[in-house]
Write a protein that binds this ligand. Structure first.
Ligand code: FES
Length: 69
């Protein structure tokens, strides 16, 4: 599903970018999200925040699993 129609950015691209970006604004800038009409920004930021939380949770789970073994 597209997050930004103008720049044809998908949820998968957002998910991938989260792991290599320093911040939400860095990710948006890197992908070009919101750089044209801007109508996507509110939903794009929500999606990014969800992905950041999900990424942090999976990193914590993986760290806990490593500590157990
Ligand atoms: S839909 Fe993202 S800038 Fe227009």
């Amino acid at each position: 599903m597209y997050v930004c129609i103008c720049h044809q950015v998908t949820e998968d691209q957002v998910r991938e970018a989260v792991s290599s970006s320093k911040s939400t604004s860095d990710t948006l800038k890197k992908l070009g999200v919101g750089g044209s009409c801007g109508i996507c920004l509110i939903d794009a930021v929500k999606k990014l925040e969800e992905e950041i939380v999900s990424h942090k949770n999976s990193s914590l789970t993986s760290l806990k699993d490593r500590q157990k073994s």
